[in-house]
Ligand binder design. Structure first.
Ligand SMILES: *[C@@H]1O[C@H](CO)[C@@H](O)[C@H](O)[C@H]1NC(C)=O
Ligand SMILES: *[C@@H]1O[C@H](CO)[C@@H](O)[C@H](O)[C@H]1NC(C)=O
Ligand SMILES: *[C@@H]1O[C@H](CO)[C@@H](O)[C@H](O)[C@H]1NC(C)=O
Length: 319
C-alpha cells in the first residue's frame, strides 16, 4: 500500500533536491614550461621505498639535462647514459615536490609522455609529512610497464570504500585504504584502459589526468590524447572548469565509509621516478618481458631508459 505513494513522493522530493547550480572552479595556479619546474623543489633524498635510484639536486639535474623546460614543455627524466657500479649509488633521477600545498579543488595534468621501461616506477601523487597522517592520493602510478594505471588512496586506519555502488569506470582492487593492512596496498582502482599507462599511453601522445577533491569525495578522470570525450575546457586548459560536465570518473572515492576531511589534509604534489625497490623490484619477476634481475638491468642497461621521462604540457589547479 505504501510502496507506490512513497516512491512517488521520493521522486518528487529528489527532483526538488537535485543540484540546480553547477560547481564551477577557477584557475589559481598555472604551471607551464619553466614555471612548472620553478613551482617545485628538487628532493635529493634517499628513496624511502628502497629504489635503485639517486635523486639528484637541482644543479645536478639541470647540468645533466634531467630536467628541461621550453615554452610549453617541462621534462623530467632519469639518466640513460651511465653504467652503474653495483656497489655504488643507483640511477640518477628526480623527485619534485610542489612548493604550494593544496586541499580541495581540481588539478589537471596534461602529460605527453610518462616514464616507461622494465624496472621503472613512476608516480604523480599528493601527500604531506608526516606520512600517512594526512593521507596520500596516487593519481598515476605503476611499475614495469604494467597494463593499467592505478589510482589509490592510502590513509590511517578507519577509511574504506564500499565494495559496490561506486559510480566509476575503473575496477576496485582493494576496498580498505588503511596503510596498516594488505602491505600498505591502499584502496586502489585499476583504470582498465591500456592507454592509461606506459607504452600505450605514450604511443597515443599521452593524455590528461585530473582529480577533484571536495570534503565529500575524491574523483579521478583520465582521457587519452585522442579521446573524443575529453572536455574542451580540459584540452584547452581553460580559466574555469565545471566537473559536472566531465562524465563518469575512472575512480570514485566517496565518504560513506571514510570521513574525507579527517583523513586528508593539505597536500603537496609529488612527481618521482624510481627503479626497482619495494614495488617495481619485488614484482619484477612477474614481467616476462623484463630480463634478469631488476637491479642488474638498471645497473647495466642505461640505453633502456631513454624513454624513462615525463613530458608535461601543464599542471593547472582550480579552486
Ligand atoms: C635536453 O632535453 C630536451 C628534452 O628532451 C631536449 O630537447 C634537448 O635537446 C636536451 N638538451 C641537450 C643539451 O641535450
Ligand atoms: C616516491 O616517493 C615516495 C615516498 O616519498 C614513495 O612512497 C613512492 O613510492 C616513490 N615513488 C617513486 C616512483 O619514487
Ligand atoms: C554517474 O556519473 C555520471 C557523470 O556524473 C552521471 O551522468 C550518471 O548519472 C551517474 N550514474 C549513477 C548511477 O549515479
Amino acid at each position: 500500500m505504501f510502496a507506490i505513494p512513497c516512491a512517488a513522493a521520493a521522486l518528487v522530493f529528489s527532483s526538488f533536491a537535485a543540484p540546480v547550480t553547477a560547481v564551477s572552479y577557477s584557475l589559481t595556479d598555472n604551471y607551464v614550461g619553466q614555471s612548472l619546474l620553478d613551482a617545485f623543489s628538487y628532493m635529493a633524498i634517499d628513496d624511502p621505498t628502497h629504489g635503485r635510484v639517486k635523486y639528484v639536486d637541482k644543479a645536478t639535474a639541470v647540468a645533466n639535462n634531467l630536467t628541461f623546460a621550453s615554452n610549453d614543455r617541462a621534462v623530467l627524466r632519469a639518466d640513460s647514459t651511465k653504467v652503474l657500479n653495483p656497489a655504488g649509488v643507483g640511477r640518477d633521477s628526480v623527485r619534485l615536490q610542489s612548493n604550494k600545498e593544496f586541499s580541495t579543488g581540481v588539478t589537471v595534468f596534461d602529460i605527453r609522455h610518462m616514464p616507461q621501461g622494465c624496472g621503472t616506477w613512476p608516480a604523480v601523487w599528493t601527500y604531506a609529512e608526516p606520512w600517512p597522517n594526512v593521507g596520500e592520493v596516487d593519481i598515476l602510478e605503476g611499475v614495469n610497464d604494467m597494463p593499467y594505471n592505478h589510482a589509490t588512496l592510502h590513509t590511517l586506519p578507519g577509511c574504506a570504500m564500499p565494495a559496490s555502488g561506486r559510480n566509476m569506470t575503473g575496477v576496485s582492487v582493494q576496498d580498505n585504504c588503511d596503510w596498516t593492512i594488505n602491505g600498505n596496498a591502499g584502496c586502489g582502482v585499476e583504470i582498465r584502459n591500456p592507454a592509461s599507462y606506459g607504452p600505450p599511453f605514450n604511443a597515443a601522445g599521452g593524455g590528461w589526468y585530473a582529480f577533484e577533491r571536495t570534503t565529500a569525495f575524491i574523483k579521478v578522470w583520465f582521457w587519452s590524447r585522442n579521446d573524443a570525450s575529453v572536455p574542451a575546457e580540459v584540452r584547452a586548459g581553460s580559466a574555469t572548469v565545471n566537473t559536472d560536465s566531465w562524465g563518469t570518473p575512472v575512480a570514485y572515492f566517496g565518504n560513506t565509509l571514510c570521513d574525507i576531511p579527517r583523513f586528508f589534509g593539505n597536500h603537496r604534489i609529488i612527481i618521482n621516478l624510481t627503479f626497482c625497490g619495494d614495488w617495481a623490484g619485488s614484482v619484477y619477476g612477474n614481467y616476462p618481458a623484463c630480463p634478469g634481475t631488476c637491479v642488474d638491468y638498471v645497473n647495466n642497461n642505461p640505453a633502456a631508459f631513454t624513454e624513462a621521462y615525463f613530458d608535461f604540457g601543464f599542471i593547472k589547479h582550480y579552486d
